[in-house]
Design a protein around this ligand. Structure first.
Ligand code: MN
Ligand code: MN
Length: 467
């Protein structure tokens, strides 16, 4: 091998060049592919926050977690969980150190952008029946037409009973869709701005076209559809007023690429962080610090509501855990550290002008840490300290976890926030982390298997940290 010149030595020593570390590590790529199998099954089966909560509760019970009881005291190594209003998951492993030394928190969200059915959804037009929808979260509306859709959710009936709905996922199920104009007649629609290509009031779900035979009835197709729903679910039209029905893409997660190095599927924001965080929490044994994993709801609409991170339930739970040890919660919060996990935009060469290449996050380079998120001059950013970034990145280097740093995109083009600011409100130090995603918020998002795996390795390393 040729000897390095002085300048080459200096370049190696002094300059930072982000690398695709997994390119040179076949064992990592193999482990990432294996880890991805469970993940693909998870995002195919869990397309709503409620479905994640059901999945997580079963997995937690299988892993030896007990349902949390606020009158009980838990010993180091014990594992407890709590499901909050069926849509948020809290789970913890009690550490050997006092809780006053702080918690190690991992928080991700399990709601994803989608279409919700409106309170009065059912109508008939031109011998078709439809559901009206109201979109949830930041979607680009034109992306949701002309593709198979499924309906997931619950209805509460007049007698107080609840019925769970999931239709459109099985290949033998019927599916649903939103129609669009044919190119031959789209001259007027083509003049609309892309953001206006399909409007909110045009996101109507096609659900039937058979009519009852009796011509004396006014809305024959609507009634025929309602009769089928009554037969299958025991509901009447009034029960839509007390329902939570979510429209999601009806497609399963798939490997992407000839090399199967990526995963395509719906709802990876933010389940691509939620899944590895949950796996890391479940696997942790006798940690020094009490580890806490929170899978929260409502991030996509601003973390509002009883199951969003703007609610006090997570901090209340931490306080209750402290109380069982007679630990001071303020001291515990101040000594804690939180990884606020949410996806980021992967640099997309087909849309290069939206990014700043030197500060982009790249699919395949590993899990991304963010000092700050936000928009227009870091507005609404948590802006972690240099010390927190240093502590975590040194920890990741020591464990050989591939990581990168960056920003969401070009300055002043847009931006976005995370739950980190909600956590910081309670005096808990917090750093943003996440997996880069292509086509984020679309019905079919793409991630790198290596990044998913590195997110898992990062959470595992963090949860097991001794100091
Ligand atoms: Mn997100
Ligand atoms: Mn999002």
């Amino acid at each position: 091998m040729k000897e390095m010149t002085e300048a080459q030595k200096k370049a190696k020593e002094l300059l930072y060049e982000p690398a695709y570390k997994s390119d040179k590590d076949a064992a990592v790529r193999k482990a990432a592919a294996a880890f991805s199998e469970g993940y693909k099954d998870f995002i195919t089966r869990c397309k709503t926050e409620r479905e994640v909560a059901v999945y997580a509760e079963k997995a937690l019970q299988d892993a030896g977690y007990q349902l949390y009881d606020d009158r009980k005291q838990y010993a180091p190594g014990e594992k407890v969980y709590w499901i909050h209003h069926k849509k948020a998951v809290l789970c913890a492993t009690i550490g050997t150190r006092s809780m006053e030394d702080g918690f190690r928190l991992m928080i991700a969200h399990i709601d994803s952008p989608r279409l919700d059915i409106r309170p009065n959804p059912l109508y008939e037009a031109a011998h078709f029946s439809y559901f009206k929808t109201h979109y949830y979260g930041g979607i680009r509306k034109y992306q949701w037409a002309t593709m198979p859709l499924a309906i997931h959710g619950v209805l509460t009936r007049a007698d107080g009973s609840t019925v769970t709905v999931q239709v459109g996922e099985d290949v033998n199920d019927p599916a649903f869709c939103i129609t669009d104009l044919l190119p031959h007649l789209s001259a007027e629609q083509n003049k609309r701005e892309l953001s206006d290509g399909i409007r909110g009031e045009e996101l109507n779900i096609l659900i039937g076209s058979d009519a009852v035979e009796d011509e004396e009835v006014k809305e024959r197709v609507k009634l025929a559809t309602m009769m089928l729903l009554n037969e299958k679910y025991g509901i009447t039209e009034k029960d839509f007023t007390r329902a939570e029905l979510e429209i999601v893409p009806a497609t399963p997660a798939r490997d992407i690429g000839f090399d199967r190095s990526m995963i395509g599927g719906y709802g990876q924001d933010d389940r691509v962080d939620a899944y590895p965080a949950l796996m890391a929490e479940m696997e942790v044994k006798n940690p020094a610090y009490t580890t806490v994993c929170v899978l929260a709801d409502k991030e996509e609409i601003g973390s509002y509501g009883i199951t969003g991170m703007g609610s006090t339930y997570t901090y209340d739970w931490l306080r209750q855990l402290c109380a069982s040890q007679n630990a001071d919660p303020i001291r515990a919060f101040h000594n804690s550290l939180c990884l606020s996990a949410d996806v980021t935009a992967a640099y997309d060469p087909s849309w290069a002008s939206a990014f700043e290449p030197q500060n982009g996050t790249y699919a395949g380079r590993g899990v991304a840490f963010f000092k700050y998120t936000g928009s227009r001059g870091k507005s609404a950013a948590n802006d972690a300290t240099a010390e927190q970034m240093g502590y975590l990145t040194r920890m990741m280097d020591a464990a050989d976890v591939a990581w990168q740093v960056g920003e969401l995109g070009r300055i002043d083009l847009g931006g976005g926030g995370t739950v980190a600011t909600e956590v910081a409100r309670y005096g808990i130090p917090v750093v943003d982390i996440g997996v880069p995603v292509l086509s984020m918020h679309s019905p079919f998002e793409v991630v790198s298997k290596n990044d998913l795996y590195m997110a898992y390795r990062a959470f595992s390393t963090f949860a097991a940290a001794q100091d």
